[in-house]
Design a protein around this ligand. Structure first.
Ligand code: EZ4
Ligand code: CO
Length: 408
């Protein structure tokens, strides 16, 4: 079965998505997600100019060989642009293999290890009443686990606090915003460290001890600040504290780990298993936050989770709306198959996105299931996609009170 076409589709229904569509001489097609939030067109060029021409004529059944060829023959390794492009090829080839075998991809990965994937959603609010309402809305939608982000007194706008929609229509760009220049937000770590434990105290008081609660620190703390936050949140029994430090310095986590038993999750901006090597081997984290889309696809995600299993480290794959329905499906199949699944982030795409990408997954009583269609279970309506051309959009960034650019 030979690859005869590799087309890149850019569409912006509720936000920008980059999708690779591979077609074989037998008429089977496969989809891969290559969306890199705020840098989408760099991956489009990488795929169109450097990858697609190499795929024509290759045997579509050779997934591992194609992955190794793209990773090693390019000489320049790793990095989000390269790994998003390779991810799209890997996913598309798994999709084709599933369709050829007439099986959902999770069956090819060893079959289901569980009935469904516990998912968490994002509750947020600038005040406690608004936050409580948001938590209740998520519970009404079925969520059994909830990420809590909150405003900090004295700061105007902060990452992770959903903007109030004036039209009622969901805006998938969150936290990125349409516009030619990134929005500027402000930040003060001392205020945040003082305020956050009071929020979790109030949430536990209102919602009781059972509800699994998560929090994302978004790389903003130094190791000693992260250690202090982890310690101060221990009474509230978090499911995890995410990205407590800029994690490219893996050794920093040793200090955090020595001081707190709050579980730690890291890795949404990691691209390869090497970014996790020390974190997993030294058991410095509890959850792997990689996303199929930014980690080279299904094949390496499966490998890092098998490595993590030896150290009782579980999955918590990154599932914001900038992972397309194709990327989300890819990691749902992995999550269903592996033994060391932990939790799946699930933010929900908007109606326009769901019309462009026809999906077969289900979300029932807080549990996701990728469905039983052959392949990944997602199809792209190319005509519908064509109605929404690319729009410039960037993630925000932040500055401290004296004007210094801070970690984001
Ligand atoms: O900021 O997906 O845990 N989720 C997050 C996300 C990320 C965006 C970046 O593209 O931190 O909201
Ligand atoms: Co995050």
């Amino acid at each position: 079965m030979k690859i005869v076409a590799a087309d890149v589709v850019v569409t912006s229904p509720n936000r920008n998505f980059v999708t690779l569509k591979i077609t074989t001489d037998e008429g089977l097609t496969g989809l891969g997600d290559a969306t890199l939030n705020g840098r989408e067109l760099a991956v489009v060029s990488y795929l169109r100019d450097h990858v697609a021409p190499l795929l024509i004529g290759r045997d579509a059944s050779r997934i591992e060989d194609t992955w190794q060829f793209l990773y090693r023959s390019g000489y320049w390794r790793r990095g989000p642009v390269t790994m998003a492009a390779i991810a799209a090829v890997d996913m598309a080839l798994w999709d084709i293999k599933g369709k050829a075998a007439e099986m959902p991809v999770y069956q090819l990965l060893g079959g289901a290890s569980r009935d469904g994937l516990m998912a968490y959603g994002h509750a947020s609010g600038t005040s406690l009443p608004a936050l409580f309402d948001s938590i209740r809305e998520h519970q009404e939608q079925g969520y059994r686990s909830i990420r809590v982000q909150t405003g900090v007194p004295g700061l105007k706008s902060i990452y992770g606090i959903a903007a109030q929609s004036t039209t009622g229509e969901r805006y998938d760009h969150e936290p990125a915003q349409r516009g030619a220049y990134p929005a500027e937000e402000d930040w003060d770590t001392r205020s945040y460290l003082r305020h956050l434990p009071t929020v979790f105290e109030a949430v536990r008081h209102e919602f009781g001890p059972d509800l699994p609660l998560l929090h994302d620190g978004h790389h903003r703390m130094t190791p000693i600040q992260a250690a202090r936050l982890g310690k101060s949140l221990e009474p509230y029994d978090l499911f995890w504290l995410e990205d407590c430090t800029p994690a490219e310095n893996q050794e920093a986590l040793r200090l955090v780990r020595q001081h707190t038993t709050t579980p730690l999750a890291i890795g949404e901006i990691f691209n390869t298993v090497w970014d996790f090597q020390a974190l997993i081997k030294e058991q410095l984290i509890d959850y792997v936050r990689a996303a199929s889309t930014h980690f080279g696809g299904i094949s390496p995600l499966r490998k890092v989770m098998d490595y993590a299993a030896q150290y009782q480290v579980k999955s918590g794959f990154h599932g914001p709306t900038d992972i397309s329905p194709v990327g989300l499906a890819a990691q749902m199949h992995v999550g269903l198959a592996i033994h060391n699944f932990g939790i799946q982030e699930y933010m929900q795409h908007g109606a326009k996105t769901n019309a462009v990408f026809q999906q077969s997954f289900t979300f029932t009583d807080g549990y996701l299931h990728p469905g039983d269609k052959p392949g990944l279970g997602v199809e792209l309506d190319v005509d519908e996609a064509g109605r929404y051309p690319y729009e410039v959009a960037y993630l925000p960034y932040n500055r401290l009170a004296d004007g210094t650019v801070h970690d984001w």
